[in-house]
Design a protein around this ligand. Structure first.
Ligand code: GLN
Ligand code: ZN
Length: 763
């Protein structure tokens, strides 16, 4: 049995790559130093895998920014706007494509970025034009192979497959489909494979994750013809074809007939497909199977007993030399090493496995499945015990929470009355003007505010001092909002580090790591909370500050919460119960908070759900089930209040077209969305659907320090006014203002209020 992983984290154990890249961008270190950091990370990754006993160690899985950007450069797929950058200065070109470049001679924007399947990782979107030319430009894949060879390691180079590469990109002009470029792209693959073969490479891992998507016939045919063409030209080269994040689904027949050496299966996301494959009439005993048993997307210890059963099943049809044990996907989406964690409760820690521990699991499974009565048996016992402890742990199981979930009633997910009735009552209670102005929640998080939080967390300032500082900041933000004449105020979120972490820290069922970083994009890393157990709310989480803010003013202040789907989506979530159950538990905790806020005099409460859309499953046929439970969880969180209490929700960076009926189903009294950059284009979905409730299309792009003028804002509101009933329109920025500075924020919000007033006068 062979062992491998599909890819390794690459930011460095302590985020060395992040720090080096940022220092390089700031001209604080030179290219040599950056390259040295990169080499030492790669070396460490490879040697660790070698010492742990991995047979086929990947290379070309390292990247300074993103593996798809690397691929663009490998294939010479470089958009025209970068042509004035000297190609010999590789890193300048590379980072210009990643981040844009602005200096005396050049001013180019970055390439677009989007989410990598259903992960929180973002890749750079390849851009194609109709007569796109490709060439084998960057030799990174060759260089990395040789770099590892110098360390005595013959790696398995990793490369994105041509069909996935094309499908992941987009056409920059109309009149053609990007798959038509395959014929031109393939020769570059042939060049690459020729060079790799000359170096005596045994295996190459080609990733075709598009095989997890609903593909067109044309795309499936492209896959077949590609691998037939490769096999004809390179009969000796062994292709390890990887698909991950979901089942092969209706692409299975195609996949099974490909002339590849090994076919990789994600058995974490799709354990049942092993049966389908072994029973398929297209099952070919000459194609090896790679069993992706170790979860590359989560941080839980593997269940050896279950994995060994799957291995046994496969072993009945295939001799062990035809089987691989591997991770379900690249380990890029998991943190480096659990051994670095010293603060996680030891009971919980024994349930976890980060990247290094996952590699150890791959090796352990190989030994446990291949040797009889072997010296590894203790690992099996250890694993079994840890998983058993987890099941029975008091830390996880909370009977009160479980019984609340079991006793949920249909009415818990419904407001008392329908929107038109609520709207009338809210009008009466709140007496808000037309084109009500508000903001999305956070105000600038200045250096001082951040430093207070940090000092408080480290015990360097007392609760008392800290609370005074936050109270003062809230007070001055309330005074500012009153002064400029906003209609619905916010407290400003100064006490919050992050919109999920803040709630995770206050809820039972979450733990936090110190070094559990995973790459989000480029040098940006996130440290998702670990949601390990039944979620409950020991005490109110936001009431103190919201209530305080409201006590300062007669104008309504919005309570500010993060919604259940977003908390779920941005955490490492327990895998021992359906996500929907976990989501409902969070929803109940938020529901209690909403009711507490209402009882404490908050008349308007916002429940942010920016992550609803990104939770959509990869395969279309799974969308409905997800949207059903996600929308329901939101409704559970929002429905405990009386009709007069106005519930807002907020979403950013979303395409709404294909989920608009579900958004409407959430039944928030008001939704605020991000629309300013698209010139209100994103509003179309709401207009075409005749969205029934109130809506605040963003009229101030908060991603830029630019201050929008009164006229610009007026123009945007007018656009909204031309397509929506004016009684339904709110006026607000695109999103929270925490990344902005006060001076620009103040001017922009003044303009926003003035624009709304002007429109009101003319209405
Ligand atoms: N209330 C949050 C804020 O203003 C919303 C953030 C978000 O949507 N990402 O910061
Ligand atoms: Zn937002």
């Amino acid at each position: 049995m062979k062992t491998t992983i599909l890819g390794h984290p690459r930011i460095g154990r302590k985020r060395e790559l992040k720090k080096a890249c940022e220092a390089f961008w700031a001209h604080n270190i030179n290219e040599n130093t950056l390259q040295e950091t990169a080499s030492s990370i790669k070396k460490q990754n490879w040697l660790q895998q070698k010492s742990l006993g991995v047979n086929y160690i990947p290379s070309n899985d390292f990247s300074f920014y993103d593996q798809i950007l690397d691929a663009c450069l490998t294939f010479g797929c470089i958009p025209k706007r970068y042509e004035n950058i000297n190609k010999d200065n590789f890193l300048e070109l590379y980072f210009a494509m990643a981040r844009g470049l602005q200096n005396k001679h050049i001013d180019v924007t970055a390439m677009e970025m989007t989410k990598w399947f259903d992960t929180n990782y973002h890749y750079i979107v390849p851009e194609f034009e109709e007569n796109q030319q490709f060439e084998f430009f960057s030799k990174k894949i060759i260089d990395e192979y040789q770099e590892a060879l110098k360390l005595g390691i013959k790696t398995k180079p990793v490369l994105i497959g041509p069909v996935s590469f094309l499908l992941l990109g987009k056409e920059k002009e109309s009149g053609f489909h990007r798959l038509e470029l395959l014929e031109r792209l393939l020769p570059v693959y042939f060049d690459i494979l020729t060079e790799l073969t000359a170096l005596d490479v045994e295996y190459i891992q080609i990733d075709e994750p598009c095989l997890a998507l609903n593909l067109s016939n044309q795309a499936r045919e492209a896959i077949s013809s590609t691998y037939i063409a490769i096999a004809e030209r390179f009969p000796k080269l062994k292709i390890f074809l990887a698909n991950y994040f979901d089942c092969y689904g209706e692409n299975l027949e195609t996949a099974l007939q490909l002339p590849v050496d090994t076919l990789h299966l994600d058995l974490v996301r799709c354990p049942l497909q092993l049966d389908d494959i072994l029973a398929s009439k297209h099952f070919n005993p000459h194609v090896n199977l790679s069993l992706g048993l170790i979860d590359g997307r989560n941080i839980w210890k593997n269940d050896f007993e279950a994995s060994l059963k799957l291995i046994e099943k496969a072993s009945k049809k295939l001799p062990s030399e035809n089987l691989w044990i591997s991770t379900s996907s690249s380990l890029l989406h998991t943190p480096y090493d659990l051994d670095l964690e010293t603060n996680i409760d030891s009971e919980i820690k024994q349930w976890l496995a980060f990247s290094k521990q996952k590699i150890e699991e791959v090796i352990a499974l190989k030994h446990l499945s291949s040797e009889e009565n072997n010296s590894y048996l203790y690992l099996f016992e250890e694993n079994k015990l840890a998983n058993l402890n987890r099941k029975k742990s008091k830390l996880i199981n909370n009977e009160t929470v479980k019984s609340r979930i079991e006793n949920l009633k249909v009415s818990d997910a419904h407001r008392k009355n329908r929107f038109p009735i609520r709207q009338a009552k809210q009008k009466e209670a709140l007496k808000l003007p037309l084109f009500t102005t508000t903001t999305i929640g956070s105000f600038p998080q200045t250096k001082e505010v951040r430093s207070w939080r940090l000092k408080h967390k480290r015990g360097l300032i007392s609760d008392e001092v800290y609370n005074k500082l936050i109270a003062k900041e809230i007070e001055s933000s309330i005074r500012f909002q009153e002064n400029i004449g906003l209609d619905v105020l916010v407290h400003g979120e100064f006490e919050r580090n992050d919109m999920v972490e803040y709630f995770g820290e206050k809820l039972n069922g979450f733990v936090f790591s110190n070094f559990g970083w995973v790459q989000s994009y480029g040098s940006r890393c996130v440290k998702p909370p670990i949601l390990f157990g039944d979620v409950s709310r020991p005490e109110a989480m936001t009431v103190k500050w919201s209530k305080y803010a409201q006590s300062l003013t007669d104008i309504p202040v919005k309570g500010m919460l993060t919604g259940p789907v977003t908390i779920l989506q941005w955490s490492f979530v327990r895998n021992d119960q359906p996500r929907s159950t976990t989501c409902n538990q969070i929803a109940l905790a938020i529901r209690d908070e909403v009711i507490d806020l209402e009882n404490n005099g908050l008349k308007i409460i916002q429940i942010d759900e920016p992550a609803i859309r990104e939770g959509l499953p990869i395969r279309r046929e799974d969308w409905k089930a997800y949207l059903d439970w996600a929308v329901k969880a939101f409704r559970i969180s929002a429905s405990g209040v009386k009709d007069e209490t106005q519930i807002h929700t907020h979403m950013c960076y979303s395409e709404f077209n294909d989920i608009i009926s579900n958004i409407a189903d959430m039944d928030a009294d008001v939704i605020t969305i991000e629309t300013s950059r698209s010139e209100m284009e994103l509003l179309d979905a709401f207009v075409n659907f005749k969205y029934p409730n109130e809506i605040g299309p963003g009229v101030y792009d908060i991603h830029s320090p630019r201050v929008p003028s009164l006229e610009e804002i007026e123009h945007l509101i007018n656009k909204a006014k031309s397509v929506l009933p004016k009684e339904h329109i709110w006026v607000n920025p695109d999103c929270g203002l925490k990344t902005r500075d006060w001076p620009e924020t103040k001017t922009a919000l003044k303009n926003l209020v003035l624009a709304a007033k002007k429109l009101r006068e003319n209405a």
